[in-house]
Design a protein around this ligand. Structure first.
Ligand code: AMP
Length: 210
């Protein structure tokens, strides 16, 4: 899943993983879990996440390849937030071809910049189970509490205006070139991320089976 921060790619990746019964592999979720566990990886990545900068490619590639090597990824996976640079995309291509497999689709979730800032500042997520809400368009049933597990909902620390602006700049510089990279390989499908969550999910499923 490709798209700027706030495009809703995490929400869509989760839905898709549930529908297709394959793991949802999110580099951002892996890094946030490492931060809250205060692990060595957490210490290595914290300053990048705080500033909205990319974690260095070699570390990110090692972490994601480690996750993709686990048994539950054998029959497929939904990648969310990785690759985010051409170096990462090339590494992924090499990793998959060594395993005689390849990406089948690259879904680009497209959303305008004004909507992105609106969405990210309204985003709340559950620290316990990772469920994501939007206080304006997809609020929880009880304010501030997760519908799934009842834990408290929080804003992500990197969803403040300064970091959002930096993440958007990083996206344009580092990640947007992947649209051309995957376009050339005939893998890219663009969906309109401005629609209702379920409508976008249906469109993605149609693209995958088409
Ligand atoms: P996300 O949850 O995908 O928005 O990612 C949150 C943060 O984790 C990003 O702003 C980066 O600091 C870091 N991150 C996640 N995925 C990657 C990646 N593929 N490459 C480098 N940094 C990443």
């Amino acid at each position: 899943m490709l798209g700027p921060p706030g495009a809703g790619k995490g929400t869509q990746a989760k839905l898709l993983a549930e529908r297709l019964q394959v793991p949802h592999v999110s580099s951002g979720d892996i890094f946030r879990a490492a931060l809250s566990d205060r692990s060595l990886l957490g210490q290595q990545v914290s300053r990048y996440l705080e500033r909205g900068e990319l974690v260095p490619d070699d570390l990110t590639i090692a972490v994601v390849e480690g996750r993709l090597s686990e048994k539950d990824c054998e029959n497929g996976f939904i990648l969310d937030g990785f690759p985010r640079s051409v170096v990462q995309a090339e590494a992924l291509e090499g990793f998959l071809s060594e395993r005689r497999t390849e990406l089948t689709h690259v879904i680009n979730v497209q959303v305008g910049e004004r909507r992105i800032v609106e969405r990210l500042t309204a985003r709340r997520s559950c620290r316990q189970c990772g469920a994501v809400y939007n206080v304006l368009s997809r609020p929880p049933e009880r304010a501030g509490k997760c519908d799934v597990c009842g834990a408290e909902l929080l804003s992500r620390e990197d969803d403040n205006e300064e970091t959002i602006r930096n993440r958007l700049r990083v996206y344009e510089e580092e990640t947007e070139p992947l649209l051309t990279f995957y376009g050339h390989r005939g893998l890219l499908v663009t969906v309109d991320g401005d629609k209702q969550v379920e409508a976008i999910a249906d469109e993605i499923i149609r693209c995958l089976s088409g």
